[in-house]
Design a protein around this ligand. Structure first.
Ligand SMILES: Cc1cc2nc3c(=O)[nH]c(=O)nc-3n(C[C@H](O)[C@H](O)[C@H](O)COP(=O)(O)O)c2cc1C
Length: 203
């Protein structure tokens, strides 16, 4: 059977949401299909207003922990907070104890894509620190690597987020920068690479 893939992300200002759509395109280009989900918001409307958050994308459903068990692989979209994971993602993982106790996610696969405000803002650390949670669940981390991304990653004349750890974008300190063409391309490559990696296995 074809691997069942969920793209699960949190995005306050839309950058990760935009990358997620390109990751999904890549999965489709490889012959697969992916369902998109959002991590539920935990901040109050008052705080969101103070953070100048735009309205949430209501076209993408929120995920529940139990839903994860229905998929073979996950592509996780995570914006950086203080060089680390966003709290909404942590709160979600903290509700997966029941799944952990049953080993329900053991042997599944996950890739990670990220967004920071700035260069050096913590893209790789955000991915790296997420792997600890994957390890505890027994989820196999699938890096993006360089094999399919070398032309994009070797070009140091272009400002671009992302690394061997996964696709990424720079939102700029004030959130004004949009996901660039090359960042969208790398996100698509990640979706495609992830699907092709999983398709080598039996489900
Ligand atoms: C509380 C807070 C902490 C942040 N910490 C960092 C940081 O450590 N490094 C960085 O480059 N950007 C940081 N940012 C910027 C976010 O990473 C940026 O807004 C996000 O990647 C945009 O993605 P989104 O549009 O999908 O929400 C921070 C933003 C907030 C609100």
């Amino acid at each position: 059977m074809a691997p069942k893939i969920a793209i699960v992300y949190y995005s306050l200002y839309g950058h990760i949401g935009s990358l997620a759509k390109s990751v999904a395109k890549g999965v489709t280009a490889a012959g697969g299909a992916a369902d998109l989900f959002q991590i539920p918001e935990t901040l109050s409307a008052d705080v969101l207003q103070k953070m100048h958050a735009p309205p949430r994308d209501t076209t993408i459903p929120d995920i529940t922990p139990e839903k994860l068990a229905e998929y073979d692989g996950f592509l996780l979209g995570i914006p950086t907070r203080y060089g680390n994971n966003v709290a909404q993602w942590r709160q979600f993982w903290d509700q997966t104890g029941g799944l952990w106790a049953k080993g329900a996610l053991h042997g599944k696969f996950a890739g990670i894509f990220v967004s920071t405000g700035t260069m050096g803002g913590g893209q790789e650390v955000t991915a790296l620190s997420t792997i600890s949670t994957l390890a505890h669940h027994g989820i196999v981390y699938v890096p993006l690597g360089y094999k399919n991304t070398f032309p994009q990653f070797a070009d140091v004349n272009v400002v671009r987020g992302g690394s061997a750890w996964g696709a990424g974008t720079f939102a700029a300190a004030d959130g004004s920068r949009q996901v660039s063409d090359v960042e969208h391309t790398v996100a698509e490559i990640q979706g495609k690479t992830f699907y092709e990696t999983l398709a080598k296995h039996q489900f």
